[in-house]
Design a protein around this ligand. Sequence first.
Ligand SMILES: Nc1nc2c(ncn2[C@@H]2O[C@H](COP(=O)(O)OP(=O)(O)O)[C@@H](O)[C@H]2O)c(=O)[nH]1
Ligand SMILES: Nc1ncnc2c1ncn2[C@@H]1O[C@H](COP(=O)(O)OP(=O)(O)O)[C@@H](O)[C@H]1O
Length: 308
Amino acid sequence: MNPPEVDRAAASRAAVAARRARAAIKRAVNERRLSAVSVLDNALRSTESVEATMRVRDLLQSIPGLGPVRVERIMERLGIAPTKKLAGLGVHQQERLREYLSQRAPQIERDGETRLVVLAGPTAVGKGTVSTYIRENYPEVCLSVSATTRAPRPGEVEGVSYYFLDDERFDSMVDAGEFLEWAVVHNKSRYGTPRPPIDDALASGRSVLLEIDIQGARQVKAAMPEAVLVFLLPPTWDELVRRLIGRGTETPEEQERRLTTAKVELAAQDEFDHRVVNSDVQAAAAEVVELMQIQKAPAQEAGLRGKE
Ligand SMILES: Nc1nc2c(ncn2[C@@H]2O[C@H](COP(=O)(O)OP(=O)(O)O)[C@@H](O)[C@H]2O)c(=O)[nH]1
Ligand SMILES: Nc1ncnc2c1ncn2[C@@H]1O[C@H](COP(=O)(O)OP(=O)(O)O)[C@@H](O)[C@H]1O
């Protein structure tokens, strides 16, 4: 063999060895013998490492519970190109991927198929808008319908927007223990989550989303510690103020009062399992749905492509 052939043979042996090493790493991640974060750390520590030559897509797909379609959506959201290798990640991409691997991925691995997810956040952050988007675009998500003592607004539909109850009926449901949680919201009306539909949905393998206030979220966590609490955040405080004023459904005095409460509520965000920033309704909805860990049939999942 002359020298170039020796080089080629050595290079091809090295490539085979690297491929095997990458496959071994993927197996180890899949069998939970190795954490995906430590693979990322090794890749970033040395560009000469085997980990550095791994594709982000392959690392994500080796995590139990993450299939190719879901991984594609996650990478789109993280702003990482499909063929990107770990060593080629920019600083912000590294941060986003690390956050995903250390926070979301372990939860996906640990949890079962169905979950109860609570979406809460300060007034006018967009809870109603995001949950309406989910209702209209993700029919597989089961959205809880709350009961309330407040009067219906124009366009609201009984049994879809809320169950509108008088005080007496609400009292009797409280007495009969029919609420998973209930609270007086904005010092005015009572709102409660009827328990039986939630128990039924979870028992039949469906994940459930509750859009309720922060007091309610705390009660749910106390009653069902396995519930996942998601705090919806505005991009900035000024944007929250703009949304509240722009919505135009409260008087200036009521707006003032709600903004004072919003400050207290924002301080509670650390009690939540996840924070989602509502800059864009579609993206925020996709993040919430992903946290619901809904197992879809492949055809359905392909149909959702592009929405997340
Ligand atoms: N605790 C609790 N809060 C709820 C429930 N349903 C709705 N809410 C909250 O009640 C608040 C008022 O909702 P709504 O009457 O639709 O008025 P808006 O927030 O002014 O649009 C929101 O913060 C909701 O998240 C519930 O079942 N339980
Ligand atoms: N991502 C967003 N970007 C811009 N405006 C938004 C966004 N999400 C919601 N909004 C607007 O903000 C206002 C408050 O939203 P809403 O869903 O009523 O809040 P909440 O239910 O949290 O009180 C509405 O006018 C809504 O159209």
